[in-house]
Design a protein around this ligand. Structure first.
Ligand SMILES: N[C@@H](CCC(=O)N[C@@H](CS)C(=O)NCC(=O)O)C(=O)O
Length: 207
């Protein structure tokens, strides 16, 4: 497998998953434009949508972190980092995997693009904050009495949702979410997370 990896981006999570599973993979590093923060043309050469992560598989190149993580888990996971199909944890696992790329990411994008458009502190920004608070509150409540999001085991859902926590620390006050902060400390302490930071290059959100 070849992972197209962009600095300071969501592709870090795929890097981390591959490290957790101990799978061999090649990394193609891409750098954001220092001013626009957009990805380089080489990403578009890898896949028409030009987004990271992109994964070159034996059957073609795919984008979308959720699809990529699902593919790796199904194809190479050997039962690790995801509940079995008959596990009572499967519905919650699938919910988190999808929240991570939809309801959970939407307020982040609203805030990032809103700020870029000069909308910080406006009604638009306040609505994004309200949406964000709903997601962060759900993460917080889900972690009460639990070390991880699904059952009591670390899973790919923790990897996927971690990005929401990382961006929350950059964009909003996270003091109302102590369980989430403790969970992120547990994630950051994992050897595969540390190895991904060392090998993957810049991931400013987690430092
Ligand atoms: N929903 C996608 C989002 C992919 C995405 O927007 N990636 C950003 C980095 S976080 C990117 O490639 N940005 C560069 C660009 O748009 O030029 C996923 O989860 O993989």
């Amino acid at each position: 497998m070849k992972l197209h990896h962009l600095n300071n981006s969501r592709s870090f999570r795929v890097f981390w998953l591959l490290e957790e599973l101990g799978l061999p993979f090649e990394v193609i590093h891409h750098q954001r434009h220092p001013e626009t923060q957009m990805g380089p043309a080489a990403l578009k050469a890898a896949h028409p949508l030009g987004k990271a992560p992109a994964l070159e598989t034996e059957h073609g190149t795919i984008v979308e972190s959720g699809a990529i993580i699902d593919y790796i888990i199904r194809r190479y996971g050997n039962g690790a980092l995801a509940p079995a199909n008959d596990s009572p944890d499967l519905p919650r696992y699938l919910e988190w995997m999808n929240i991570a790329v939809s309801i959970g990411t939407m307020p982040i994008m609203l805030k990032v693009y809103g700020r870029a458009a000069g909308l910080a502190g406006t009604e638009f920004d306040r609505r994004a904050d309200a949406e964000f608070a709903g997601v962060l509150g759900y993460i917080e409540r889900s972690l009460e009495g639990h070390d991880y999001l699904v059952g009591d085991a670390f899973s790919a859902a923790d990897i996927q949702v971690s990005f929401i926590g990382e961006l929350a620390r950059v964009l909003v006050d996270v003091s109302p979410y102590p369980q989430m902060i403790d969970w992120m400390k547990r994630l950051h302490a994992r050897p595969a997370f540390r190895a991904s930071i060392e090998k993957g290059g810049e991931y400013a959100y987690a430092t």
